[in-house]
Design a protein around this ligand. Structure first.
Ligand code: ADP
Length: 350
């Protein structure tokens, strides 16, 4: 039995509310605390001052304010125990003759605050990513207008760099648009039948030149008669484009990139039948500690290297969203010094 809470209470119906509710009487005494409030306070000493069960100064302050005559007060509070939480506490005066003078309610805002923090971080990252190419372009414009005005060799070189920086911004904006498009549709699973083998062939053709520039070859090893799966053709093209492009970027020159597609009876962790498509490259690989974070937006193992190779840091975030849009799975394996393998599992028709 929780201290101070007796069964058959006249306010017991409030026990069914998911949010904590505390009713206060004169001198801040706890008249009733519902079950959620008892969990929150970890103890609720009925008839005693609220301060004996809940010592948070802001909560006591808003309680005092409404008991002192204000109609309503609220406060945002951080609780560290038993788990860190962020709550909106609200006190309302309940004027009248009865024993209850005020009501305190608490709403758990932890999740929405986390969403807000992620959004703020994202905006800060995007601004930062756009600022550096813009500063570079502005800097070169000034140089071309001033000291390098008559220097045609410098002009050509600077224009080349400016074009690259402008392309980098364009790529970043394309990736941001892709990401928001996928996020917007993520809750509805795509249902059109798609031919993954055809998609892989088209992506290979598109990237063959880039691979050849690094003396690499994209080898497709497709099981015969792969069944079509429900999906979105453009999105899946983007997945394999990003994965094969990464394999070319981060793979060792003069080594092959292997793309293997086969049917599987049970997708690990999902347990349903579907396809497994893996993209494998030789190279430095990825240290284990980075692997779980690779699909975070703007996460790169080596920022400088990714930038130099034209990366935006969004490719794998897009891959992850598209794969989850298809209710599939992405698995990343790597042996440092040997290479990396990215496997996309896509459920078949159910
Ligand atoms: P980027 O635009 O930087 O390539 P991605 O989201 O596609 O962004 O990838 C995130 C990071 O994951 C890269 O910066 C790189 O550090 C790492 N990475 C991705 N693919 C590979 C790979 N095949 N081999 C080694 N590292 C990789």
């Amino acid at each position: 039995m929780v201290p101070g809470v007796s069964a058959g209470d006249e306010f017991a119906a409030l026990d069914n509310l998911p949010d904590p509710v505390i009713l206060l009487g004169a001198r801040r005494a706890v008249v009733f605390a519902n079950r959620a409030a008892v969990d929150l306070l970890q103890a609720s000493y009925r008839e005693r001052d609220l301060a004996q069960s809940f010592r948070h100064p802001l909560v006591l302050e808003i309680a005092d304010a409404v008991l002192g005559g204000l109609p309503e007060r609220s406060a945002e509070i951080d609780l560290l125990l038993p788990v860190p939480r962020f709550l909106l506490a609200r006190a309302v005066a309940l004027p009248g003759e009865g024993p209850v003078r005020a009501m305190l309610t608490f709403r758990d805002m932890t999740d929405s605050r986390q969403v807000e923090q992620i959004r703020e971080e994202f905006v800060a990252n995007v601004s930062h990513e756009l600022r550096s190419p813009i500063s570079a372009i502005v800097g070169f414009i000034e140089t071309l207008r001033g000291p390098a005005r008559e220097d045609s060799a410098a002009r050509d070189r600077f224009l080349g760099i400016m074009a690259e920086e402008a392309q980098r911004m364009a790529r970043l904006i394309d990736d941001l648009l892709s990401l928001s498009r996928v996020e917007a549709t993520e809750h509805v699973r795509p249902r059109e039948p798609v031919d993954v083998a055809a998609i892989l062939g088209a992506v290979r053709d598109l990237l063959a030149r880039r691979a050849a520039d690094r003396k690499m070859e994209i080898r497709l090893e497709l099981e015969e008669n792969l069944a079509s799966i429900p999906g979105n053709r453009d999105e899946l093209s983007e997945v394999f484009h990003n994965l094969i492009d990464n394999a070319i970027k981060y793979g060792r020159a003069e080594t092959p990139v292997r793309v293997v597609a086969q049917a599987v009876e049970r997708i690990p962790h999902l347990g349903v039948a579907g396809l497994a498509i893996s993209v494998e490259n030789h190279g430095d690989g990825i240290e284990a500690e980075h692997i779980p974070r690779l699909t975070e937006r703007f996460y790169r193992v080596d920022k400088g290297r990714s930038r130099k190779l034209g990366g935006t840091g969004l490719g794998l975030a897009i891959v992850k969203h598209i794969v989850s849009h298809h209710r599939g799975r992405l698995a990343i394996e790597s042996a440092v010094g040997t290479g990396a393998r990215f496997t996309v599992y896509l459920p078949g028709r159910s």
